[in-house]
Design a protein. Structure first.
Length: 494
C-alpha cells in the first residue's frame, strides 16, 4: 500500500506536519500543530480529531478521539495513543474544520524475544547552516525502529551569529536570539516548516533529549554562557522554564508530571535492549575552567544530579538483572576521556569537566558487572568511536579492548558547521588518533548520522555521511562501520 504523499496532503491548517515519539510496546505519542487562520483570534479553542490505524488509509482504526488545544499551548496537539500491539507499524492523522493533516507512520517498541533493533543517532541540526539532508536520508530508510536525537534540535542564536556561512538565506524566526516563550515557540515553528525534517518526523518515531541550544549555549542548571541578564535577557529561571515549556509543546515527548525538569526516561526493546535517555544539561553544576584540576575531579560537582544518577544506577542494575542483552545510554555530550588524568582538559563542557560522576558510573559498571553498554553522544559536530576504559593509559589494551567497560559512538552534526575544517584542527585530529589508544575512529569534517544495529550477538555502528548541505539532496555514503561483540566492550572495524 502506498502511503499518502506529504505534498498532496499539505494543508494550511497543519503547516508543521505531524510527528510521533516516545514509543512503548503499547502506546506512542502523536503530535501536530493547528494554525488557525487569524492566529486564533476568532477561534481561541480548537477541537482536533485524531485517529491511529493499522493501515495507511486509516480504515482499520485501533484508537481515536478528540483533543482540545488553545493558544495556552501554542495550538500544539499531543496525544498518548494507547491500546496498541508491540513491534508494529501504525498510521495516524489529525482533522479539524474539514481539513486533514498528512498521514504519519509510527512504530511501537517490540516486546519479548527480539532479534534486531535499528536506531539512528543524530544531533545538531542548525537551520541556517544548511539543508536537513540527513533528515531526508533518514526519512527514506525503511529499517528504523526509532530516531534518537541527542540534542541541539534548534539553535537559540540570532541569525548571523552562528551557522550563517552557508549563504542559503535559511533565516530562522524570530529575527533575534530566542529568549522568551514566544521566541522559542516561533523558533520551533521555523524549524518544523522544513520539509526534510517534517518528513523524518512523519515517517519515524523520535526519542529526543535536549542539549544546550534548546536553552542557550553552554547551559547549566543555573545559567548559560549565552545568557546575559545585563543585556535585557531577564533571569535564567524564567528563560529556562520558557525553553522547557516550548520544548514540551513542540516535541513528541511523553511528559512527566510534577515540577522541575525531567527529561530522563527509558525504553525497553523486549529482552534485547534498554535505551536509557539522560539529561546531562539542565541539572548540571556550572562548567569550571579547563585548568582547574581540583574542580574537574571534585566529587561534589554534579552533571546528572543526585536523583537522576541514582535513577540511572537503578535502571542499569534492573536491566542487567532482567538479563536484557544490551544497555544503550542516549545522552548529549562526549563521555570518553581524551586527556590523561591530572592534566588540563580540552573542554569542561563534556564529561571531562565532571570526572567524579563519570568515574562513579564506570566504577558502578565494574562493581555490578553491568556489561554490554553502548553510550550515544553528540554535540561536537564530528564523529568519534571509543572503547571506554576507566583509564585508557593504565590497565587497558587497545588491541583487544581488555579493561574496557563500555563503548561510545559520537554522532556528527546534521547540518551544524563541522569541528575540524581548519587545517590546525585537522592536524590535531591526526595527533589525537595517535595519542588515544581507546579512540577507534575520528572524522571531523562531515555531517551525517550513525545507524545502530543491535542483535543478540553484536552491536554495529555505521557512520553515514552526506556529501553536502548546500543543496537539497538525499545522497549518502557509508563512511565507517564498527562492531562490538557482546561481552567485549570493544569496537573493531567491520
Ligand atoms: Fe551542536
Amino acid at each position: 500500500m502506498r502511503e499518502q504523499e506529504p505534498d498532496s496532503a499539505a494543508s494550511a491548517v497543519f503547516p508543521h506536519g505531524v510527528a510521533s515519539g516516545d514509543p512503548l510496546a503499547d502506546r506512542v505519542i502523536l503530535w501536530t500543530r493547528v494554525t488557525p487562520a487569524d492566529g486564533g483570534a476568532s477561534m481561541p479553542v480548537v477541537d482536533v480529531r485524531w485517529r491511529i490505524a493499522r493501515d495507511p488509509a486509516l480504515a482499520q482504526a485501533v484508537a481515536q478521539g478528540t483533543v482540545r488545544t488553545t493558544g495556552e499551548r501554542d495550538f500544539t496537539v499531543k496525544v498518548d495513543a494507547g491500546g496498541l500491539r508491540p513491534g508494529r507499524p501504525y498510521y495516524y492523522a489529525f482533522e479539524t474544520g474539514g481539513e486533514r493533516s498528512p498521514v504519519g507512520r509510527t512504530r511501537t517498541l517490540p516486546a519479548g524475544a527480539v532479534d534486531r533493533v535499528r536506531l539512528a543517532s543524530v544531533c545538531c541540526s542548525n537551520y541556517p547552516a544548511g539543508f536537513f539532508n540527513v533528515y531526508r536520508c533518514l526519512a527514506n530508510r525503511e529499517d528504523l525502529d526509532a530516531i534518537v536525537h541527542v540534542g541541539d534540535y534548534i539553535y537559540e542564536f540570532e541569525n548571523g551569529v552562528y551557522g550563517e556561512g552557508s549563504g542559503l538565506l535559511r533565516i530562522p524566526e524570530p529575527r533575534r536570539e530566542a529568549v522568551t516563550l514566544s521566541d522559542y515557540r516561533i523558533r520551533y515553528a521555523t524549524y518544523r516548516t522544513d520539509p526534510d525534517l517534517q518528513e523524518a518526523h512523519r515517517r519515524h518515531p523520535f526519542i529526543v533529549v535536549w542539549d544546550d541550544h534548546e536553552l542557550a549555549n553552554d547551559a547549566w542548571a543555573g545559567g548559560a554562557v549565552n545568557h546575559n541578564p545585563d543585556q535585557g535577557e531577564g533571569d535564567w529561571a524564567t528563560r529556562k522554564a520558557a525553553a522547557y515549556r516550548a520544548y514540551l509543546e513542540w516535541m513528541p515527548i511523553r511528559e512527566s508530571p510534577g515540577p522541575g525538569f525531567r527529561l530522563y526516561r527509558s525504553f525497553r526493546f523486549g529482552t534485547l535492549a534498554d535505551l536509557v535517555m539522560l539529561d546531562t544539561r539542565a541539572l548540571r553544576d556550572r562548567q569550571v575552567p579547563t585548568t582547574d584540576l581540583e574542580a574537574l575531579v571534585d566529587p561534589k560537582r554534579a552533571i546528572l544530579g543526585a536523583t537522576q544518577e541514582a535513577w540511572l544506577f537503578n535502571q542499569l542494575r534492573s536491566s542487567q538483572r532482567a538479563a536484557t542483552l544490551w544497555r544503550v545510554l542516549g545522552q548529549q555530550i562526549m563521555f570518553s576521556r581524551v586527556v590523561p588524568p591530572g592534566r588540563p582538559v580540552l573542554t569542561s563542557d563534556t564529561w571531562e569537566g565532571y570526572q567524579a560522576p563519570r568515574d562513579r558510573i564506570l566504577d558502578f559498571l565494574a562493581a555490578e558487572r553491568v556489561q554490554d553498554v553502548v553510550i550515544l553522544s553528540g554535540d561536537l559536530h564530528s564523529s568519534w568511536a571509543f572503547d571506554v576504559p576507566r583509564n585508557p593509559w593504565n590497565g587497558y589494551r587497545g588491541a583487544t579492548g581488555e579493561g574496557s567497560l563500555a563503548v561510545e559512538l559520537l554522532a556528527p552534526a546534521i547540518s551544524s558547521p563541522p569541528l575540524f575544517t581548519d587545517p590546525a584542527l585537522r592536524e590535531r585530529s591526526v595527533l589525537l588518533r595517535a595519542l588515544l589508544p581507546h579512540l577507534k575512529f575520528l572524522e571531523g569534517e562531515s555531517r551525517g548520522y550513525i545507524l545502530i544495529d543491535v542483535t543478540r550477538t553484536r552491536m554495529r555502528g555505521e557512520w553515514y555521511f552526506v556529501p553536502s548541505v548546500l543543496e537539497r539532496s538525499a545522497a549518502e555514503t557509508r563512511a565507517a562501520s564498527f562492531v562490538c561483540e557482546r561481552g567485549s566492550a570493544h569496537l573493531a572495524q567491520a
